[in-house]
Write a protein that binds this ligand. Structure first.
Ligand SMILES: Cc1ncc(COP(=O)(O)O)c(C=O)c1O
Length: 418
């Protein structure tokens, strides 16, 4: 629930440290002006597709890298960029035209609501990589302390620990996870075996970027908690793709991008830190609020001038997400992913690297065709039907359709029978 303090944002603690302009009103967005299809309309999803500016003859399946922005998100972002460039002389410093200084409690509150956290526990970052670095850099560890990852980390999930290993002599250990994993328990057992006395941190993805494996985070965090191990989860691929409830997962920290599955403009991320562990995290980027423990999320958010247009776009994307309904989105993503995997299973030469266990996969499917030259599948999908995947990874989102999946499978079948 938004309070007056959230709206004004000028908390007394920092009133002298920051410029006095009033904060942008994030309680509103242009989503309120859009006509969404009726929820029970049989043509709901095809009508929704029209709310995206992508040409209708193109099928975009690379949300794992960057989500496609709805038109309303793009326009609200551009509108502010244009305003700053054109009307800058009119800026009397009474309103908020830049980001980087204010606490942005309303927008942090919307993110908090989405993942079942409190506003104080949420920091805004540029991307997932920044969230990871705030933890790896900000957490005090001793030489010899062990940090466990997986052998399938994105470079953004791993590199902060490699810096710490070189600088502070901690030990970073990537644990091999089968590709594909058989079931959740198999992965839990692998991590349980690795949780020795020296392990101080587990830093693993919620969804593996490469092949879309949903890691059984809740069970791993429960085991880690028994042993006093700090858990930090890379949710770059999870937020907006599947339901995320940080209290249920019971992790200590969780970070994500918002420009992938949440469909915000690029350059948007977030970091959650459990309130009780906030005092363990030094900030990495210090500005006036560097020691503000009344609002720790603000402490980790404030980092100097940024582009407010990106937050305006994010706010619009969050309202867009809520307007459709998170559960409806996750169900659709999973349905399309399952449809693709089911179809691939019927093609003998198709090799699927994503787990087919129902709890371990959603919108990301990695696969290849035995014997086909690398890159050929990508080229043929684009050449024949303007279907855009990345490498061996195909990500399904609400702007994709069963027909696009059928088109994909037809081309895969053709190539497999060559
Ligand atoms: C699992 C995972 N972690 C981290 C990242 C890095 O995200 P960003 O570029 O937003 O920092 C990615 C990007 O693809 C990813 O897939």
């Amino acid at each position: 629930m938004m309070t007056r303090r959230d709206f004004l944002g000028t908390v007394s603690w920092s009133a002298f440290a920051i410029p006095a302009f009033a904060q942008w009103d994030f309680t509103q967005s242009k989503v309120q002006d859009i006509k969404f299809p009726e929820k029970n309309d049989p043509a709901y999803w095809s009508k929704l597709r029209k709310l995206f500016p992508m040409p209708e003859d193109q099928a975009f399946f690379n949300t794992g890298t960057l989500g496609a922005q709805p038109t309303v998100v793009m326009e609200s972002t551009i509108e502010h960029i244009r305003k700053v460039a054109t009307d800058i002389a009119e800026w009397d410093y009474k309103d908020d035209w830049i980001s980087g200084y204010k606490p942005y409690r309303v927008i942090r509150g919307k993110l908090a609501e989405l993942i079942n956290a409190t506003t104080d526990e949420i920091a805004l970052t540029e991307n997932a990589t920044a969230g990871m670095n705030y933890i790896s850099n900000g957490l005090e560890l001793e030489p010899g302390d062990l940090v466990l990852g997986t052998d399938q980390e994105h470079t953004g999930g791993r590199s902060g620990w490699l810096v710490k290993q070189k600088r502070k002599k901690i030990v970073y250990r990537p644990i091999p996870v089968p590709k594909p994993a058989k079931d959740p328990q198999q992965v839990v057992d692998i991590f349980k075996r690795a949780m020795g006395k020296k392990v101080k941190v587990i830093a693993i993805p919620h969804i593996v970027g490469g092949n879309g494996t949903i890691i059984p985070i809740k069970a791993i965090c429960a085991e880690a908690k028994k042993r006093g191990i700090f858990t930090v989860i890379d949710g770059a691929q999870a937020l907006g793709q599947i339901a995320v409830d940080v209290k249920d997962l019971d992790c200590d920290a969780y970070y994500s991008s918002r420009h992938k599955w949440l469909l915000a403009p690029p350059g948007n991320g977030m970091l959650y830190v459990r309130q009780e562990r906030m005092q363990d995290i030094w900030t990495t980027m210090a500005s006036g609020n560097w020691d503000n423990h009344e609002d720790d999320g603000y402490r980790l958010t404030q980092r100097g001038t940024g582009n407010l247009a990106l937050l305006i776009g994010l706010n619009t994307a969050l309202d867009f997400h809520q307007q459709i309904g998170p559960e409806r989105i996750y169900k659709r993503i999973k349905f399309l992913g399952d449809t693709l995997r089911e179809g691939l299973k019927t093609i003998k030469k198709a090799q699927i690297f994503t787990p087919t266990h129902p709890e371990m996969s959603a919108g990301i499917t990695s696969y290849s065709i035995k014997g086909l030259m690398e890159g050929r599948l990508v080229d043929e999908l684009w050449r024949r039907k303007k279907i855009r995947i990345r490498g061996v990874r195909q990500s399904t989102h609400i702007y994709n359709s069963p027909q696009e999946i059928e088109d994909t499978l037809k081309i895969v079948r053709d190539l497999a029978s060559e």
